[in-house]
Design a protein around this ligand. Structure first.
Ligand SMILES: *Cc1c(COP(=O)(O)O)cnc(C)c1O
Length: 416
């Protein structure tokens, strides 16, 4: 299969191959990335790609859907079982697309939407001005407390009471702590708001039962399937039965056309993997690894936002070491360690510079790395960040990173 790309289009093949090798050679600490299994990848390179299936299983606008109907039904059943949800829509093309559909279902232009602000750890699609969610709705923001960088539920309650938003979003891209969904439910109830959780980051932990579940408390739950869920790129919406029709109509024809049946098949396979007990063990190791890595950095004098982490990601304040997030990201990359710069709460730097980096352990844990490797990675990072002017140290560390990665290979049989 890959040979046909190589023979026909060597220009593209070359870069696919180089990207695979980059993933193999580097330590991937970007919290939102992971390595989907080869069978998940394989499902996407099938003739399912060719099928138009607008509509939902057994109610389509196209003929020839008898097999894709079965695939989508299995996918829906598995994700409902995994999360104990009443209804699931498995068609969103991405996390952002899932969120847009929820807004389309419940809001009219100009309605009030309340979400966490970006610098505190929220996501662009929760009402940031550069996103359509920020243009079309009247956005109310909440953040974290200046004192301890944690969500301040009393403050969120008083903002909600004052503003009476139509929808409240909980969930974040860079909040290292558990979220109290029950508290959010109480707040939403007291102002009559729809409660939506966007657990794009923590869905895998929730599926494994090691993070509190939003499903019992929220009207709607959205997430991505490619982060801790370790599946194909895509989104999911779970909701209470009473909103099922509304949500389905909002996804199609509201904000999307034909579903990606090849991706839905890949989602179904990823959910089968997630229903296996080994997935719980994996997620537990992800969190153990993150705590180990974050603690080692903290011991060296880096500051952890909120003082620690409960989940698969941590936010590291590098300003306390005289660095910016941008510089830290660049020099770590040269040493073979991929992270992303990230603003920290009340950051005085612009997002493009930022005072922090976000680290996450889902990808390195998929490779089989454990606490011992985390301690080594922390040492690599500490050395690189302590010597921002030393190219020599970066090259030396890069060699060590490559040695370590070759002991935990990924995708070794693909494209070889
Ligand atoms: C990653 C993320 C998304 C967006 O997912 P895309 O698939 O990139 O659109 C949405 N919400 C949160 C909280 C995220 O972390």
């Amino acid at each position: 299969m890959y040979r046909s790309i190589k023979n026909y289009d060597p220009d593209i093949y070359k870069f696919i191959r180089l990207e695979k090798e980059r993933q193999n050679r580097f330590l991937e600490l970007i919290a939102s990335e992971n390595f989907a299994s080869p069978r998940v990848l394989a499902a996407m390179a099938t003739p399912l790609n060719n099928k138009y299936a607008e509509g939902y299983p057994y109610k389509r606008y196209y003929g020839g859907c008898e097999y894709v109907d079965e695939i989508e039904s299995i996918c829906i059943d598995r994700v409902k079982k995994l999360f104990g949800a009443e209804h699931a829509n498995v068609q969103p093309h991405s996390g952002t697309s899932a969120n847009m559909a929820v807004y389309f279902a419940f809001l009219k232009p100009g309605d009030k939407l309340m979400g966490m602000d970006l610098t505190s750890g929220g996501h662009l699609s929760h009402g940031h001005p550069v996103s359509s969610s920020g243009r079309d709705f009247d956005v109310i923001r909440y953040g974290v407390s200046r004192e301890n960088e944690l969500l301040d539920y009393d403050e969120i309650f008083s903002i909600a009471e004052r503003e009476k938003p139509k929808i409240i979003i909980c969930g974040a891209s860079a909040y290292p702590r558990f979220i109290d969904f029950k508290k959010f439910r109480e707040i939403a109830d007291s102002v009559g708001a729809i409660l939506m959780a966007d657990v794009a980051h923590t869905a895998g932990l929730i599926a494994a039962g090691i993070h509190p579940s939003p499903v019992p408390y929220c009207d709607v739950v959205t997430f991505t399937t490619h982060k801790t869920m370790r599946g194909p790129r895509g989104g999911i919406i779970l909701c209470k039965e009473q909103y099922a029709k509304k949500i389905d109509k909002a996804v199609f024809p509201g904000v999307q056309g034909g579903p990606f049946m090849h991706v839905i098949a890949a989602k179904a396979i990823a959910f089968k993997e997630a229903l296996d007990p080994s997935f719980t063990e994996y997620q537990k190791q992800v969190v153990k690894n993150c705590k180990e890595l974050a603690n080692e950095l903290q011991k060296e004098g880096f500051r952890l936002v909120s003082g620690g982490t409960d989940i698969h990601l941590a936010q590291i304040d590098v300003k306390v070491k005289g660095l910016t997030g941008k510089l830290a990201e660049e020099i770590l990359e040269e040493a073979g360690i991929t992270v992303n710069k990230n603003t920290i709460p009340f950051d005085t730097e612009k997002p493009f510079i930022a005072s922090g980096i976000r680290i996450g352990t889902p990808a390195v844990t998929t490779r089989g790395m454990k606490e011992k490797e985390m301690r080594k990675i922390a040492q690599f990072m500490i050395e690189v960040l302590a010597n921002p002017d030393s190219e020599e140290i970066r090259y030396a560390i890069r060699k060590e990173v490559e040695d370590m990665c070759s002991a935990f290979p990924i995708y070794s049989d693909l494209l070889s």
